[in-house]
Design a protein around this ligand. Structure first.
Ligand SMILES: Nc1ncnc2c1ncn2[C@@H]1O[C@H](COP(=O)(O)OP(=O)(O)OP(=O)(O)O)[C@@H](O)[C@H]1O
Ligand SMILES: [Mg+2]
Length: 304
């Protein structure tokens, strides 16, 4: 763990150096840089891919040029959700046969996707150098305003690297105790792995019965993260548990397209409106607030 933390710090340092370099090349104009948003969860199946794809559509409605990258390097599913079988995917990028830009495909929904690679366990566990190269390739998508990265569930070096590269790290959970515990787990790892990150951690509660239930789940997690990890997590919003979602998944179309007025669609549009209003700051961010904290506590263990 110590070794991995050391490597990640090194990546962060290089990332900082690189971003300094690139901002001078781009005359320091923040507008040139795509906003990178990662969508992560502790537990699988809580709604990352649905949120990533539909959030992309909502940003596109605001006139943004959006790319969704399926960074699940073991079990890709963005293209399945959109009923597309792109010829090339991240497998070809990682094998250095294609660049990310070359495998980018337009969808019929006004967003572009970078397809993930399914069933290649050696990619899911790619080495640090490959990962770093791969993440630095994101810079080549500089035409995009927003890059949304749908990660795999849980904590791996891949996921942590993507989070480190992000402007906003969205953590998604459902109100289920297991999902909450796992979401807290990933927040804790982010807090302990990095001394400081120039980004914000944002929480979305999916499949909620309503605003009150979602808010109480969020409040609890945010309070505990603040108290025990000294970490500021912002509540970004919730999404109703809504049958329009599985119905759209079955049709392999985004629910924002199949049913733009459904409760889930309205919630996603609210989340995106909020994100659009709160753009990440170039300088400070939440960096100072992301501090390492150690020690266990009884209350922390009793999260759920
Ligand atoms: N708001 C919702 N209302 C109802 N069902 C939902 C909602 N969000 C997700 N689901 C259900 O959960 C399933 C899993 O969602 P999704 O594929 O987005 O999760 P995931 O976190 O990307 O999963 P994985 O970890 O396997 O990549 C969907 O197919 C759908 O049936
Ligand atoms: Mg998924």
């Amino acid at each position: 763990m110590e070794d991995q933390a050391e490597k990640l710090r090194e990546i962060m340092k290089r990332k900082k150096d690189n971003s300094l370099k690139s901002s001078s090349v781009k005359s320091g104009k923040a507008a040139d840089k795509a906003r990178i948003i990662t969508v992560t969860s502790g537990k699988g199946g809580v709604g990352k891919t649905n949120l990533s794809v539909n959030m992309a559509l909502a940003f596109a409605r605001l006139g943004k040029k959006v790319v969704v990258m399926d960074a699940d390097l073991g079990l890709a599913n963005v293209n399945v959700m959109l009923n597309m079988i792109p010829k090339y995917n991240l497998y070809h990028v990682i094998k250095k046969q294609k660049t990310i830009r070359e495998i980018l495909v337009e969808t019929e929904y006004g967003i572009s996707i970078v397809a993930g690679a399914s069933g290649f366990s050696q990619i899911a566990n790619m080495g640090e150098v490959d990962r770093k190269d791969f993440i630095s390739e994101l810079d080549t998508l500089s035409n995009a305003d927003i890059i949304i990265i749908d990660t795999s569930a849980g904590v791996s070096s891949n996921v942590l690297d993507f989070i480190a590269a992000a402007d906003d790290a969205v953590i998604i959970t459902t109100p289920e105790p297991t999902a909450i515990t796992d979401a807290y787990g990933i927040i804790k790892i982010i807090a302990t792995e990095y001394d400081s990150l120039n980004m914000g951690l944002k929480l979305v509660v999916n499949r909620a019965k309503g605003a009150a239930q979602a808010k109480s789940v969020a409040d609890r997690m945010i309070n505990i993260a603040g108290q025990f990890l000294n970490l500021k997590v912002d509540y970004l919003g919730f999404i109703y548990d809504d049958t329009s979602v599985p119905n759209a998944v079955l049709r392999q179309k985004p629910f924002m397209v199949v049913d733009p007025k459904c409760k889930a669609s309205i919630c996603v549009q609210h989340i995106v409106d909020r994100m659009d209003r709160n753009k990440p700051s170039e300088s400070a961010g939440f960096g100072a607030m992301l501090k390492r904290l150690f020690g266990s506590s009884q209350q922390e263990e009793n999260l759920v």
